[in-house]
Each structure stands twice: as structure tokens, then as C-alpha cells.
Design a protein around this ligand. Structure first.
Ligand code: AMP
Ligand code: MG
Length: 336
């Protein structure tokens, strides 16, 4: 069990919810934390930072600016982004930041046996998840689309991201938020902040401690607004992926935005995955990857990665834990 993680689950979910979330806000006032919110990366990002007011304030502004810079650069819909030129004209990417993120993404693709695949871009487009009205495509369209998808079409050669197959498109949406948060943490540290919490729409990194105590981070239930429990963490990311983030219902079936690159359909089996790990980008990417691989195989992969833990919720509501979390958890009795 990682010493820095301590999970507490309350017997009554609503009790945890009502005492956990307001506690965090109340603490922000009581313990002299500064708080700032900005909308970016399609979500509200909140930073809480401790220390002298001026230092914290400046650090948060700079951290947000850095995140905004990354959001703009990694946005595939931005015509000025190197990703746009790559996707539309096949121009190789030499931008070092994007190259490094792609390198990590390709490693995770390999380790997850292709479950994580940044070339899923055409599938997301076909299913309409870049717009406001996602819909179920025809089977033939999905089959045709699958021919364009394989992370092995992407190579890093001569200091560039290149493709060995024409018209291969990439989308770094499953990993860019983690990268942005990790860069924001870097800025906060450089500016002298030793205690902070970044909450990017439920994806969280806790820097240091909140005074002498660990930060409390709620883990949301994939169904409904209640919490499964909360984690007490220090210098750790808690990142989630789930079928509740972007989805539509058709004939009683839920279709969401995380795709199985082998079938062309949304991944099945899980409704939510939370990954806890000191490396923020890894936590983000693996949360998406684990959502696609079968739960048993996913747990086996996590056991092999030092410092990483996971909590997965299946579509039937069962909660699965990696071994580092298992012993610290009490099962929440089902509400009657
Ligand atoms: P996240 O919220 O971090 O799980 O990322 C979800 C986003 O990742 C989606 O909106 C897609 O842009 C992208 N995505 C979907 N399926 C995959 C996949 N199998 N591998 C990598 N990225 C994916
Ligand atoms: Mg992710």
C-alpha cells in the first residue's frame, strides 16, 4: 500500500458527499488558501494554493496561463496547431512538447495492446463526438473507418512525429489534460508554492499537504452525483475516465466517447475508472486505456506499474481495486 494514499469510505454515501465537498471549500477559507477558477479544456479548472497571498496569487495566474497555452496548442480544431497541419495536410510535427506527449502515448498503446490509440480521431468524428449531436453510424461506415486506425501508423523519426500511412489523424484528448496539469504543477513549484490542489473538472492533482493534513479528494460514482468515497492524498494525481462524461442514449443503450479501436464501438464493460499515480500524464492516459482493456487484464497491467493504483466500476456496479488500494477500503453498503 502506497503510504501516501489512504482511502476512507463512509457507510453512508450521502454523508461523505455532504461532509467532503463543503469541507474542502470551508477549508479553503479557514486555512488561508487562495482559490481561482478558469474555464479551459472544456471544463472549469480550480486551483487552491497555500502560502503567502502574493506568491500564491501570482503562481496560480502563471499556472493557468501555461495550461491555456497547452490547451490551445493541443486543440486539434485550432487551425494554428501543429496537430491541425498534421491531420489536414500530413505535415510532420517537430514541436517538442507534442512529440514528447506522443512518445508517451505510443508507449501506452504498446503496453495496452492497442487499447489506447491516438489515431481514433476518425472514429470520434464519425460518431459526431466533436460536435453537439453524436449519433450511431452505420456498421459499414464503422468498418471503413477502422482501416484508418492503428497507433503503429505513427512513428517518431528524425525528431518528428510522422505517419507511415497517408491520412492518419491523431487526437491527444485522452492525455493532454494530464500534461497540462503536470505543467501547471511545475509552474506552481517554480513559483515557490508547496501546497496546492488543481481540480480540472474532477481530475485532480494534490501538491504537498494542506497544512499538516493530506488533501481529501472525492471519487465520484459513475452513476449519479454521489461519491463512492474519498482519498487522502499527497503529491498524487487522481484522474478519471468514464462513460458518463460524453454520451447519448439510443434504444436504451448508452453510447459514449471512449472507443475500442478494435471494434469501432464505445468500449464496453466499465462505467468508470480512476487512476491514482504520482505521474499526472500517466494517470490521465492510463485511466482512458484501462477503460478500454478488459478489467482483469487492466488490473494485471496496473500491478506491473510501480506507484500506480486503480479503482474501476463495472457497468453492473461492481467495484474492482488494484492490490495497493484493496486493503484500505471498506465496501460501501448498498442503499436499501
Ligand atoms: P479521457 O476523458 O481522458 O478518458 O479522454 C477521452 C478522449 O480520448 C475522447 O474524447 C477521445 O478524444 C479520446 N479517445 C477515445 N477513445 C480513445 C482510445 N481508445 N485511445 C486514446 N484516446 C481515445
Ligand atoms: Mg485520459
Amino acid at each position: 500500500m502506497n503510504k501516501k494514499i489512504l482511502i476512507r469510505l463512509s457507510g453512508i454515501v450521502i454523508l461523505v458527499f455532504t461532509c467532503c465537498v463543503p469541507v474542502r471549500v470551508a477549508i479553503a477559507r479557514e486555512e488561508n488558501l487562495q482559490k481561482r477558477i478558469r474555464f479551459m479544456m472544456d471544463t472549469y479548472v480550480t486551483i487552491y494554493a497555500g502560502g503567502p497571498e502574493e506568491t500564491a496569487s501570482r503562481a496560480m495566474d502563471l499556472a493557468f496561463d501555461r495550461m491555456q497555452e497547452i490547451d490551445t496548442k493541443f486543440n486539434i480544431l485550432n487551425p494554428k496547431s501543429p496537430l491541425y497541419a498534421f491531420n489536414h495536410k500530413g505535415v510532420p510535427i517537430s514541436d517538442e512538447e507534442i512529440l514528447n506527449v506522443v512518445r508517451v502515448a505510443l508507449e501506452i498503446s504498446q503496453k495496452s495492446d492497442g487499447a489506447f490509440d491516438i489515431t481514433v480521431c476518425p472514429l470520434i468524428k464519425l460518431w459526431g463526438f466533436y460536435g453537439d449531436s453524436p449519433h450511431l453510424p452505420r456498421e459499414k461506415q464503422i468498418k471503413d473507418c477502422l482501416r484508418k486506425i492503428d497507433y503503429r501508423y505513427i512513428v517518431i523519426r528524425n525528431g518528428e512525429v510522422q505517419t507511415i500511412k497517408e491520412n492518419t489523424n491523431i487526437d491527444l484528448g485522452a492525455i493532454a489534460k494530464g500534461y497540462a496539469v503536470s505543467e501547471a504543477v511545475k509552474v506552481l513549484k517554480e513559483e515557490g508554492v508547496t501546497s496546492a490542489l488543481i481540480d480540472a473538472g474532477g481530475d485532480v492533482y494534490a501538491l504537498g499537504r494542506k497544512n499538516s493534513k493530506m488533501w481529501k479528494v472525492g471519487v465520484r460514482s459513475p452513476r449519479g452525483e454521489d461519491l463512492l468515497g474519498y482519498l487522502e492524498v499527497e503529491d498524487l494525481a487522481v484522474m478519471g475516465s468514464g462513460d458518463y462524461e460524453r454520451f447519448f442514449m439510443k434504444d436504451g443503450k448508452r453510447y459514449h466517447h471512449i472507443f475500442n479501436p478494435k471494434t469501432g464501438y464505445p468500449a464496453e464493460g466499465l462505467s468508470g475508472v480512476t487512476v491514482i499515480c504520482p505521474d499526472i500524464m500517466m494517470a490521465d492516459a492510463w485511466a482512458t486505456a484501462l477503460f478500454v482493456v478488459a478489467p482483469k487484464k487492466g488490473l494485471a497491467i496496473v500491478e506491473e506499474i510501480p506507484g500506480m493504483e486503480t479503482l474501476m466500476v463495472t457497468v453492473s456496479g461492481e467495484i474492482l481495486y488494484s492490490s495497493g488500494l484493496k486493503n484500505a477500503l471498506k465496501v460501501v453498503p448498498k442503499a436499501k
